[in-house]
Design a protein. Structure first.
Length: 435
């Protein structure tokens, strides 16, 4: 056991959920401790031996060697002080036992810092890394998959639907192209938050005044963090803003909620299109990944879209938690930091995994049931919309209703009820001319 008395107190005080702080957050906090040791050494406040030991210990944590030592519940003191001290104590003990240096958790590991600036900084760092290295690459994977299938299905005509009812024809490529644009828009929204995520509270100390810290420390620490992450980090323009609120976290969560909404819409469309195979739409067939029922042999369910929908529901719920948490700070400190970190990083992770699964196990692999698509096109009375400019809306509506009632192809009914010759009707009502 590497942690000390403050962590033990917190373990006793917060036996609430059994959910510990996210691993990505812990490793980002260790990065911050590492760069702070470098900055404190550079400013002459920390001797080289202790600085070297702290950096070595922090590197072990960053590499995942001591994940089991970070044991505290997400639902703890709202500043995250307990987790900050958990980190300080673990690094201090590693310095003593592995590197032979007497390093104090507060005086040395936490030098020039406060929980109030390190924890918000760790949120920014871990979320920025998660977006840049995990979510965005998987969204680009999904975007590329959608574009590939959109191009491949550019001439595959189907019945469009509004209000779940038959509408004008379109190509399946156009439908997938709409989804592709949704993902591109989501990528742009998320990337627009990078600039604010790159600004850290580090150096603001307890409330933003920077007591026991310095401008030089903050600049040096951010420069070191930039070097080890390959992402640009800078001191926040205003430390009082950085510590007193979590507006950037709320912003990012809002973008993730929008993405979740997009993925849920696509997933539900896929479920509808796959429905059947006999009594549903049956436009596409999703891959058979597992048995769909423990009692009905041969049943196959759209398991990936269903899983993605549940993940999206979780993200939307996480956003509400983060919104409430974001407005929950009073005066100079937000006191919902651990739950913000947990929910935000969970959203990043499950959306990244969902996008990857949709791309690889659904979009690139579904089969089009061409016969089902074509069998209903000629009987779609909405095709009569193409005659509006010739015979008017009222006459077209009369033709459509009669076609519905008699279950006959629209071209046959239009030929009987208008004086338009068959060749012209064939050209006007051809689905491929309407897409």
């Amino acid at each position: 056991m590497l942690y000390g008395k403050e962590t033990k107190k917190a373990l006793d005080n917060f036996p609430i959920s059994g959910i510990t702080m996210p691993t990505d957050f812990i490793r980002s906090l260790a990065m911050i401790k590492k760069v702070c040791a470098t900055a404190n050494e550079a400013t002459g406040q920390l001797d080289s031996k202790r600085a070297i030991a702290i950096k070595a210990a922090a590197t072990e944590v960053i590499d995942g060697q001591h994940d089991d030592q970070f044991v505290l519940d997400v639902f703890q003191t709202g500043s995250g002080t307990s987790t900050n001290m958990n980190m300080n104590e673990v690094l201090s003990e590693l310095c003593r036992t592995e590197y032979g240096e007497a390093v104090h958790p507060n005086d040395h590991v936490n030098m020039s810092q406060s929980s109030n600036d390190t924890i918000p900084s760790a949120i920014h760092v871990s979320v920025y890394l998660g977006l840049k290295n995990n979510l965005i690459p998987n969204l680009r994977l999904l975007s590329d998959a959608l574009m590939v299938r959109s191009n491949a299905l550019s001439t595959t005509i189907k019945t469009g639907r509004t209000h779940l009812m038959d509408a004008l024809p379109m190509t399946m490529g156009q439908e997938l192209g709409g989804w592709h644009q949704q993902i591109i828009n989501n990528i742009e929204r998320i990337e627009s938050s990078y600039n604010r995520l790159s600004k850290l509270a580090l150096g603001g100390s307890a409330i933003g005044t920077g007591l026991n810290s310095s401008t030089e420390f903050s600049v040096l620490a951010c420069a070191q963090l930039t070097e080890i992450t390959d992402l640009e980090f800078v001191p926040n323009d205003n430390f009082f803003e950085a510590i007193s609120c979590q507006d950037t976290a709320v912003e990012v969560s809002g973008h993730l909620k929008t993405l979740a909404t997009s993925l849920m819409k696509m997933s539900n469309d896929l479920r509808w299109q796959n429905s059947g195979p006999l009594a549903g739409l049956g436009e596409i067939t999703l891959p058979e990944l597992q048995a769909g029922s423990s009692i009905m042999p041969g049943k196959v369910n759209p398991v990936i879209p269903e899983a993605v929908c549940m993940a999206c529901a979780q993200v939307i719920g996480n956003d509400m938690t983060i919104t409430i948490a974001g407005q929950g700070g009073n005066f100079q400190l937000n006191t919902y930091l651990p739950v913000i970190a947990h929910n935000l990083l969970q959203s990043v992770t499950i959306l990244a995994n969902s996008a990857k699964l949709l791309a690889t196990k659904v979009i690139l692999t579904f089969e089009v049931n061409q016969e089902n698509l074509q069998s209903v096109l000629a009987y779609n009375p909405i095709l009569v919309t193409a005659l509006n400019h010739i015979i008017g809306y009222e006459k077209a509506a009369e033709i459509a209703k009669h076609a519905y009632a008699t279950h006959r192809p629209i071209i046959d009914v239009a030929k009987e009820m208008t004086d338009i010759d068959h060749q012209e009707l064939t050209q006007l009502l051809a689905p491929k001319s309407l897409v």
